[in-house]
Design a protein around this ligand. Structure first.
Ligand SMILES: Cc1cc2nc3c(=O)[nH]c(=O)nc-3n(C[C@H](O)[C@H](O)[C@H](O)COP(=O)(O)OP(=O)(O)OC[C@H]3O[C@@H](n4cnc5c(N)ncnc54)[C@H](O)[C@@H]3O)c2cc1C
Length: 293
């Protein structure tokens, strides 16, 4: 049923990177919710799999003394959703986690697999973009840390060399402290559906003025993206409905959505304009601001 040439289990990160260095044909399998579908569809014929599932240290979610949140690549979406560190500091990521798949998928699907598959629809991606998350990539030669925005090279393509693996996500306090955030997944049905659009916003306010706004989008282009022009426009602007409308309009300018069987380009652009504003309404309140009528 599955055309697999080999299957090895790594016991530790150093074990995994040594195995990757010794055999560049090895393909990592974490939760397997993407890999097994690809195998079933004949897209990974003769694969030699390296399971990292047993590496306990990659499951950790912790907050360091300097406030940095570390999320191991093997943290599942169920784990992320139930983790107080995530709820208390970056609730938008908890919202993204619970929006993906169904309970069975959330119990095994990992955040590392969600990002390493390079899909623009990955539910965690837009929030990780808005948080300015960084990825720690390990190989037998050492490690490098890459901003998530630079990790995506194109649809299904990420900046991961054959001998590298993702070990952790790092989210600095500068990316979330003082911000209110919110994630909205728009899909054709409420559960078990891939996003037609994903919008994650973070905002920091001073009185009734935006100090900073960050907008991450999924399925609005070939890779997840940030809406830089809208973010620049928002800086220092009064928090009125008109400002939000301007942010929504400018957010569309950063997109490069396509028409697919799920939705037309025009419909996705409409969703970007509307849902960015709706997400900001919630984020403003979470940042300590008043509700906008
Ligand atoms: C029924 C169903 C519903 C789904 N619904 C959603 C949804 O609503 N939203 C959504 O975003 N996704 C959804 N998915 C897709 C999938 O579950 C996610 O992308 C999931 O997060 C993948 O994680 P995984 O651990 O299963 O990855 P795997 O399948 O194990 O791996 C995925 C890819 O990442 C690579 N990889 C994994 N971990 C690492 C690592 N640490 N270092 C380097 N490379 C690595 C693998 O080599 C592979 O290329 C769904 C899938 C199914 C089957």
């Amino acid at each position: 049923m599955y055309d697999i040439q080999g299957y090895i289990e790594a016991e530790s990160v150093s074990d995994a990177v040594a195995l990757l260095a010794s055999n560049p044909r090895l393909k990592i399998i974490a939760g397997g919710t993407d890999v097994l579908i690809k195998l079933r569809h004949g897209q990974m014929e003769g694969a030699e799999l390296l399971s990292i599932r047993k590496i306990k240290e990659l499951e950790r979610i912790e907050q360091l003394a300097d406030g940095t949140i570390v999320i191991g690549a093997l943290a599942t979406f169920a784990q992320i959703f139930h983790e107080p560190i995530i709820h208390n500091n970056i609730p938008a990521l908890a919202e993204a986690a619970v929006s993906m798949g169904g309970p069975q998928i959330r119990n095994v699907a990992t955040i590392g697999g969600n990002i390493c598959n390079g899909a623009t629809s990955a539910d965690s991606a837009s929030t990780l973009f808005a948080l300015d998350a960084r990825l720690r990539l390990r190989s037998s030669a050492g490690e490098r840390v890459v901003p998530v925005q630079e990790f995506y090279l194109g649809p299904g393509k990420v900046d991961l060399k054959p001998d590298e693996m993702l070990s952790e996500f790092l989210i600095s306090p500068a990316g979330f402290r003082g911000f209110g955030g919110h994630y909205i997944k728009f899909a054709m049905r409420k559960a078990m559906d891939i996003a037609t659009l994903g919008v994650s916003v973070m905002c920091k306010i001073s009185g009734d003025v935006f100090r900073e706004v960050k907008i991450g989008l999924g399925v609005a282009g070939p890779t997840p993206l940030r809406c830089v022009e809208a973010e620049e426009f928002a800086k220092g602007k009064a928090i009125y409905a008109e400002t939000l409308a301007g942010i929504g309009r400018l957010a569309v300018k950063s997109t490069n959505a396509r028409t697919s069987w799920r939705a037309s380009r025009e419909y996705r652009e409409h969703l970007v304009e509307e849902l960015t504003q709706r997400a900001l309404h919630v984020a403003i309140v979470r940042a300590g601001g008043a509700e906008i009528g």
